[in-house]
Design a protein. Sequence first.
Length: 76
Amino acid sequence: MAEFFTTPMAALTQESAFSDRPVSLAAAVLTDGNRLIVIVVAVVAVAALIVAQLLVRQVLAAGEGTERMKEIAAAV
């Protein structure tokens, strides 16, 4: 991660083949610290999807309720 802060921003640019303006690659740099953050976020996202699937199954497996609850649901 230290190399990101020591690399001059000018070194992170390149000439574009389609334009006269240089293209900045500073946003494309993925350091080890950033890579770890991306991996953690991906793992948390997958875990959230698994929990959501479990909750959906639980809700769909539950009964519709008592007769009074069914009457109220039909009225709504």
